[in-house]
Design a protein around this ligand. Structure first.
Ligand code: NAI
Ligand code: MG
Length: 352
């Protein structure tokens, strides 16, 4: 089956991990008889410096034609991070109604957690982050700029439709995994939106009686993820809480370099977008040492979403194998392999 993939390499290590992933995906396509075509968009902070915008005016229309979008990372010193984020990533997530951000993480054999009690297999969970509303809202403003009484207000927006659909998605995912869901809340301190979140999640729980679930205050939850990471299966969280928790869970697994994410429009009306959790890593850009696994695992999620479960499982197996071998671990995982060496191992594993 033919698929057209829109590619946005972005900045820093973005183009390095995207090149790596395309090479690996081309091998997967070859072995599994998939037809993947690539349309590359050079939208980035580099473009911003030259043209004044992160993407062209008709950028979203161009993306709408693709079957899926694969993104590296955006952000570069000199361009404020809110400009790169709100000029590209957030418009894509919102315009294409990608209301789910799925962020799986696991501690695979060959990886070392910074927590001494956690062994491979002792962490295997998915953070399901609400991706289009919540705390990341455009409602608010600044007043009295430059005066002593300067102020800023930002409203968090939670809708019944928004909370219901993310909760339903998370319950469904939990049912297909180990049947356990945790809802992240803060209804003790945030007295309007979070009790509402709790209420709607409880309502949706009634429609999923086969999933065991509980609710945890976000601060206590952060501590429990460190103390008892093996306990969790699927964690559903608001935009901000999910953003923070998924960096924490990646750190518990030992490196943000392997963490993937899927921005999904589960209705499939619009293309979904797949990207690693990490950023453009200016400190290691251009050195050829970036870990490509976060992007390759994101491509696994993309293949799954496009209906190629077998190819996805095959590629994931190649990822596991390359992590198991000390010779093909990058520096962030305690090894010394280059990006190219990991790609070589992945391609060999896919073709084996
Ligand atoms: P970062 O994720 O780029 O880097 C944090 C640390 O992790 C750095 O030490 C980096 O070297 C390391 N690291 C990240 N990815 C790695 C990989 N694949 N292999 C090996 N090491 C890796 O986060 P940071 O430094 O906070 O942000 C840098 C820029 O990236 C900023 O402009 C930020 O706005 C942007 N950013 C973009 C994101 C996106 O495009 N989705 C997400 C997060 C940050
Ligand atoms: Mg983040």
């Amino acid at each position: 089956m033919a698929h057209e993939i829109g590619v946005i390499p972005g900045d820093g290590i973005g183009p390095e991990v995207i090149d790596a992933t395309r090479t690996v995906l081309d091998a997967v396509a070859d072995v599994h008889d998939l037809e993947l075509s690539w349309v590359e968009h050079d939208w980035s902070c580099r473009r911003y410096a030259q043209a004044g915008t992160m993407m062209p005016e008709d950028g979203l229309d161009a993306l709408a034609r693709h079957d899926a979008i694969l993104l590296g990372a955006v952000g570069w010193p000199g361009v404020p991070d809110h400009v790169s984020l709100w000029g590209l990533l957030i418009p894509i997530r919102r315009h294409f109604r990608q209301y789910v951000n799925e962020r799986p993480i696991a501690l695979f054999e060959g990886m070392t957690s910074p927590l001494r009690a956690v062994e491979p297999g002792g962490l295997d969970l998915v953070v399901v982050r609400e991706n289009v509303e919540g705390e990341y809202s455009e409602i608010g403003g600044r007043m009295n700029r430059g005066f002593p009484d300067e102020m800023a207000v930002q409203e968090a927006v939670f809708t019944r439709a928004g909370v219901s659909r993310i909760a339903d998605h998370a319950f469904d995912l939990a049912r297909r995994r180990r049947g356990y869901l945790t809802s992240a809340t803060k209804s003790n301190g945030i007295v309007h939106t979070m009790p509402f979140w709790d209420e709607v999640v409880r309502e949706r729980a009634a429609a999923h009686p086969d999933v065991r679930w509980d609710s945890e205050l976000i601060d206590a939850l952060a501590a429990k993820i460190v103390l008892e990471p093996g306990r969790f299966d699927v964690i559903v969280a608001s935009n901000l809480f999910g953003d923070i928790l998924s960096d924490l869970t990646a750190a518990v697994a030992g490196s943000i370099g392997i963490a993937p994410s899927a921005n999904l429009d589960p209705t499939r009306e619009h293309p979904s977008m797949f990207e690693p959790v990490h950023g453009s890593a200016p400190d290691i850009a251009g050195k050829g040492i970036a870990n490509p696994i976060g992007t390759v695992w994101s491509a696994v999620l993309m293949l799954d979403h496009l209906g190629h479960g077998e190819a996805a499982a095959h590629l994931m197996d190649a990822v596991r194998r390359s992590l198991r071998e000390p010779a093909t671990r990058t520096r962030d995982l305690g090894g010394s392999a280059s990006t190219a060496e990991v790609v070589e191992a992945l391609v060999a594993a896919v073709r084996a």
